[in-house]
Design a protein around this ligand. Structure first.
Ligand code: SF4
Length: 298
């Protein structure tokens, strides 16, 4: 018997199928007829106003659920806003007046007697509390009274004296290099401009603004973690980066209040507008605050 070619075998199989019956399929419901039936059902559903895209989704499933009730701690308070409100001069003025009334004696919490001591204390305050820095600095400043002595200090002795402030090796290196630059370029005097200060090793804009505002009386906006958080919650800026926040606040806060404004926000951030659960119900700024991003408060 001669061997059949593949083509003739396929033709024979087609002929063997019973006329009027559809070809059997591996997955039921995937045939053209089933797809056409689903499409017709979707079109009818869309015409009835229920949306055609998702077959099987009933109108009841698309109905909005019950309204979410705010947490007990937020009841009675104005709803937090999601968007940063536009800079409203009247609101800002009210905010500044309220902060001034709240913290009339706000000042730098780092103990110091001159610009160099403030510079060193500010370097030590990174990732450390002001209280701890204030416990360390009396002995430190007694041992190293000027920039020259700091620059000549041995790493071991300096590290031992500042160990409890954390990151003591990096801080000791910053202090020695910074003081060496002050001696070499500025005759041992801490410079008075932002550009010169930020050119010193280990000194950023925040440290420079602390020194300018509190040691020299030159207005400086200090943006730390508290100022960052409050500037956002109070709707003063949407920026997240510290330098961008500083530049966003500069035009809306009067220059002569820059230093005090930083102290106000830092104090309010420590006492009332704390990071995890701000005390909105007891906050004197509530009437002026859009509470942006606040989801839980007390
Ligand atoms: S505690 Fe609440 S109301 Fe007060 S500043 Fe912070 S977010 Fe605004």
């Amino acid at each position: 018997m001669p061997r059949k070619s593949p083509r003739s075998r396929r033709t024979a199989a087609r002929k063997a199928r019973v006329p009027g019956t559809s070809r059997p399929r591996a997955t039921p419901g995937r045939g053209r007829a089933a797809v056409r039936a689903r499409t017709r059902a979707n079109v009818r559903s869309a015409a009835a106003g229920h949306g055609a895209a998702h077959a099987g989704r009933t109108p009841a499933a698309r109905r909005p659920g019950p309204k979410r009730t705010p947490a007990a701690s937020l009841r009675g308070l104005p709803r937090p806003r999601r968007r940063t409100p536009s800079a409203d001069p009247a609101r800002l003025e009210a905010l500044l007046a309220a902060l001034d009334a709240l913290y009339p004696d706000a000042k730098c919490a780092l103990d110091h007697r001159n610009p160099l001591e403030l510079l060193i204390a500010t370097i030590l305050s990174a990732q450390c509390t002001d209280e701890r820095v204030n416990r360390v600095t009396p002995a430190l400043f007694a041992r190293f009274p000027d920039a020259k002595s700091f620059a000549a200090a041995t790493p071991e002795e300096l590290e031992t004296l500042i160990r409890s402030t954390g990151f003591f090796r990096n801080k000791a290196r910053s202090i020695r290099e910074c003081c060496a630059a002050i001696v070499a370029k500025h005759g041992g005097e801490v410079p008075r401009t932002l550009e010169e200060l930020t050119a010193l090793p280990g000194v950023g804009r925040k440290t420079a603004n602390v020194v300018l505002g509190n040691a020299y009386g030159i207005p400086g906006l200090v943006v730390d973690t508290h100022v960052t958080r409050l500037a956002h919650r109070l709707g003063l800026t949407r920026e997240k980066d510290a330098v961008k926040i500083e530049f966003a606040l500069m035009p809306i806060v009067p220059r002569e209040r820059w230093t005090r404004f930083s102290h106000w926000l830092i104090l309010h951030g420590r006492r009332v507008c704390i990071a995890r659960k701000p005390r909105c119900s007891a906050c004197a700024l509530l009437a002026h605050c859009p509470r942006i991003g606040v989801t839980v408060s007390q």
